[in-house]
Design a protein around this ligand. Structure first.
Ligand SMILES: Nc1nc2c(ncn2[C@@H]2O[C@H](COP(=O)(O)OP(=O)(O)OP(=O)(O)O)[C@@H](O)[C@H]2O)c(=O)[nH]1
Ligand SMILES: [Zn+2]
Length: 205
């Protein structure tokens, strides 16, 4: 699969194991750069903890979308399926701080009615969220994977997220939400798209 936003899509098999020793050394350096005393008791296990946390937060780099979208049934269903409000936590690749929000993923199955388990759509969101990301790429990657793996005739992905790099630092605009969408195939038809958007936006908030 090609990455729509500039990155060659790396095969997870080509990505080396998370290098814990290297990450620990880097965290120790970062603490030292802050002026912290890296030998003080409270920080003793911090480099190892942070390394483990980042290994977890970036585990999507080592996962393939096709491995999570495996369960397909052939029900001959050819109407829209939409899973709303899938919680997501990702990490902005500019500042390595979180952005979080929800993803809404809808599709119209292939002509043969190939559908996937609903939880698999949420797993797909995780695969792409647990990487250093920008919201636009995250949105497009989810849509492309749905098209390519499920051969979906139409796909819509809408992500609403708050970026902590805009909230806890920088411009400090708490509550500002960024909305991105990616629409493919039959979901581009005006009527279908507006039906999907109405279902997505009509959430009780
Ligand atoms: N398009 C896009 N921008 C993002 C995303 N996450 C963070 N950013 C932005 O990336 C930009 C990086 O801008 P720079 O000027 O290089 O960095 P900076 O000096 O830290 O910028 P400020 O955040 O404005 O302080 C900022 O405007 C962020 O808001 C994202 O998912 N998509
Ligand atoms: Zn950021």
């Amino acid at each position: 699969m090609t990455d729509p936003i500039g990155l060659p899509d790396r095969d997870p098999a080509d990505i080396p194991e998370f290098d814990h020793a290297r990450a620990e050394a880097a965290v120790r350096e970062l603490l030292a750069a802050m002026g912290e005393d890296v030998t003080r008791e409270g920080l003793h296990d911090t480099p190892a903890r942070v390394a483990r946390a980042y290994a977890e937060l970036t585990q999507g780099l080592r996962q393939r979308p096709e491995d999570v979208l495996t369960t397909t049934f052939d029900l001959g269903h050819d109407e829209m399926v939409l899973v709303k409000d899938i919680e997501l936590w990702s990490m902005c690749e500019h500042h390595l701080v979180p952005f979080h929000g929800v993803a809404h993923v809808g599709y119209i199955p292939s002509a043969t009615g190939k559908i996937t388990g609903l939880s698999k759509m949420a797993r797909l969101v995780d695969v792409y969220s647990r990487r250093p990301q920008v919201q636009e790429r995250l949105t497009t990657q989810i849509a492309e994977a749905m098209v390519e793996i499920l051969e979906a005739r139409g796909v819509i992905v809408v992500i609403e997220a708050e970026h902590l790099c805009m909230t806890m630092r920088g411009v400090r605009k708490a509550g500002a939400r960024t909305i991105t969408s990616a629409v493919r195939g039959q979901m581009r038809d005006a009527a279908t798209r507006s039906e999907a958007m109405a279902l997505i936006m009509n959430h009780p908030r």
